[in-house]
Design a protein around this ligand. Structure first.
Ligand code: NAD
Length: 252
């Protein structure tokens, strides 16, 4: 239950974050815990000790869940166990595969669609009903600039993130009247494992930097404030929105 006058307080709320062990997911989970939320930190790997330790030091309750979001059965059995507790859902787990479109394999197409889009939908479908019954909930999907643009050599990623934007708006339409808001964050170029290939490509990395008005690549922590906003009652009348956090890239 919300039990605090601070507009951005998440005390008394429980947030589930997928991909919480690294990069943007870790930063978002940490910021939500700092704002007061208890956590369900999820990952496909045993990399959740740091987030657990940090949040517990703040006095938060932390549950960890290791499962593959692309596995529908595993997701059903693990997420069902937490579904009654989650007030804030952050669908952050994501992968990328790079290849020219004409050589893109079925596997690289399907794997990315499965993790970035279908899994997010399945988790919303598992967590959403309790939010609807309770008349309160926040869904935050981590999209991308490639929910607006096509990118280079990342056809399945661009399709998945455009799809995630569509899913966000569909849920906003259907669930808004129950006081459940579905929004997305579209991060720009952030220094994490997802962009390692770009960072390692000197020329491409410089081209990207040259287009960012902020004059630097983003850091995972740059996404945290937007997540706290969209998780808090400060955003109760924001619904179906894609909040771009890109140092100005899209304005260029
Ligand atoms: P990252 O590789 O650190 O994070 C991806 C996370 O997803 C990892 O923690 C990983 O454990 C988890 N994951 C991947 N496959 C999974 C699966 N099958 N089951 C469960 N968990 C799985 O990179 P990141 O950049 O922090 O990525 C987080 C999100 O941000 C992704 O959705 C990514 O598309 C998005 N994003 C990143 C950038 C960027 O520039 N880094 C830009 C836009 C959007």
């Amino acid at each position: 239950m919300r039990n605090d006058d601070n507009l951005f307080s998440l005390h008394g709320q429980t947030a589930m974050i997928t991909g919480a062990g690294s990069g943007i997911g870790y930063s978002v989970a940490r910021a939500l815990a700092e704002a007061g939320a208890d956590l369900v930190a999820a990952s496909d790997r045993e990399n959740l000790d740091d987030i657990r330790e940090h949040a517990e030091k703040l006095g938060r309750t932390v549950h960890t869940a290791v499962f593959d979001v692309a596995d529908a059965q595993q997701t059903q059995s693990v997420v069902s166990g937490f579904a009654e507790d989650v007030d804030i859902l952050v669908n952050n787990a994501g992968i990328i595969r790079r290849a020219p479109a004409e050589r893109f394999t079925d596997g690289d197409w399907q794997d990315v669609l499965e993790v970035n889009l279908s899994a997010a939908f399945r988790i919303c479908r598992l967590i959403g009903p309790r939010m609807l019954r309770r008349g309160q909930g926040k869904i935050i999907n981590i999209a991308s600039l490639l929910a607006f643009q096509g990118g280079l050599n990342v056809a399945s990623y661009a399709a998945s993130k455009h799809g995630l934007a569509g899913l966000t708006k569909a849920l906003a339409n259907e669930w808004g009247e129950y006081n459940v808001q579905a929004n997305a964050i579209a991060p720009g170029y952030i220094i994490t494992d997802t962009t390692k290939d770009l960072q390692d490509d000197g020329m491409r990395s410089q081209q990207i930097l040259d287009r960012i008005p902020a004059g630097r690549w983003g850091r995972a922590d740059d996404i945290a404030g937007a997540a706290v906003f969209l998780a808090s009652r400060a955003s109760d009348y924001v619904n179906g929105h894609l909040l771009v956090v890109d140092g100005g890239w899209l304005s260029r």
